[in-house]
Design a binder for this molecule. Structure first.
Ligand code: ADP
Ligand code: MG
Length: 317
């Protein structure tokens, strides 16, 4: 397929209009209406074959995940997703790949009312860059800075599942469908992000590992944090598949969960739990914000639990 046939194939499958899209795919750039009283929230994330996903990953899963990782960033800001752009670099003009990719992308975009308003299509090693755009009312965005000593630390969902699935695949084993779905079709916690506006004092999405990402919140906020090992919400599926020590390592240092980790004053814990119950999403208090710096994990005896490598970093040796 030629470049223009590929673009047409994507366009056939992914919605590219909304009322606020003045001009979408087809011109040199899109024209978009940002609602009065809102800020535009913008983020972009790239998936590279062999780095962010294994060779042979199903195209539809890639389509889903390339958008999911971006909607997760918007969620962490408390933003409502609106538009996306898609820069696709493909080794060849494989029509089946593009059809599958676009279907996976469309499934998640449709669920969040996101319109694809532009992109770029080029030839080269398989690389997918999505840019997501959304809105947040002025001064209501959640940020990494804002956590205070005394706040409680929360996490949504059950961290560790995606990393466990990846480990099994890398070991040549077949993860069960629950763990596999957590790796291939992560759920961006968009509704949770919206519900946390005015409740959370700081927020981040967990893409690199809970300890590493909470560490970013601490650095931005000028505080430290303590996580209680016993409080980590491990999924049943994970607990059945691995021993406790492995589960803890996956939950603390494994990436790719796309859960939200956030802080809130202990006095707002009820509001946080209510938000979780309303969304039918487990929300768990896993520790507290303290004066100082860095993240410490405490075992049942109050001793420091050594976390293996603390998150993924490109260009690290
Ligand atoms: P230009 O050469 O001006 O950059 P292109 O020929 O690359 O324009 O793209 C034509 C139109 O198709 C543009 O509106 C662009 O945003 C859109 N487009 C290109 N590739 C994609 C893609 N992978 N997904 C969505 N829109 C795309
Ligand atoms: Mg172009």
């Amino acid at each position: 397929m030629s470049e223009f046939a590929l673009i047409a194939a994507i366009r056939r499958r992914v919605a590219d209009t909304r009322e606020d899209v003045v001009l979408g795919i087809g011109d040199d750039a899109a024209l978009l209406d940002v609602p009065a009283g809102s800020r535009l929230v913008a983020c972009t994330d790239t998936l590279v074959e062999g780095v962010h996903f294994l060779r042979g990953t199903a195209p539809a899963d890639l389509g889903w995940k390339s958008l999911a990782v971006n909607l997760s960033d918007l969620a962490a800001m408390g933003a409502k997703p609106a538009w996306a752009l898609l820069a696709l670099t493909l080794p060849d003009g494989n029509a089946a790949f593009v059809d599958g990719f676009a279907d996976g992308f469309a499934a998640l975009a449709g669920a969040h009312g996101v319109a694809l308003v532009g992109g770029d299509t080029t030839q080269g090693p398989l690389t997918i860059t999505v840019t997501a755009l959304g809105f947040v009312p002025v001064d209501r965005a959640l940020q990494r800075a804002g956590a205070h000593a005394g706040d409680a630390v929360f996490v949504t969902g059950t961290p560790g599942d995606a990393a466990a699935a990846l480990r099994l695949l890398q070991d040549g084993r077949v993860p069960g469908p629950v763990l596999l779905a957590r790796l291939r079709r992560p759920t961006p916690r968009v509704a949770a992000g919206l519900a946390l506006r005015g409740v959370a004092t700081a927020c981040i999405d967990v893409s690199d590992g809970l300890v590493a990402d909470l560490g970013h919140v601490c650095a931005a906020s000028g505080v430290g944090a303590e996580i209680e090992l016993a409080a980590l919400p491990l999924s049943r599926t994970l607990s059945v598949a691995f021993d406790a020590n492995a589960c803890h390592r996956f939950a603390l240092a494994g990436g790719d969960d796309y859960e939200l980790c956030f802080t809130a004053p202990a006095a707002r814990a009820d509001a946080v739990m209510h938000a979780g119950a309303t969304l039918d999403l487990p929300v768990t208090c896993i520790g507290r914000v303290v004066a100082g710096q860095g993240v410490r994990v405490l075992d049942a005896h109050g001793n420091t639990f050594a976390v293996p490598h603390a998150g993924w970093e490109h260009f690290s040796t």
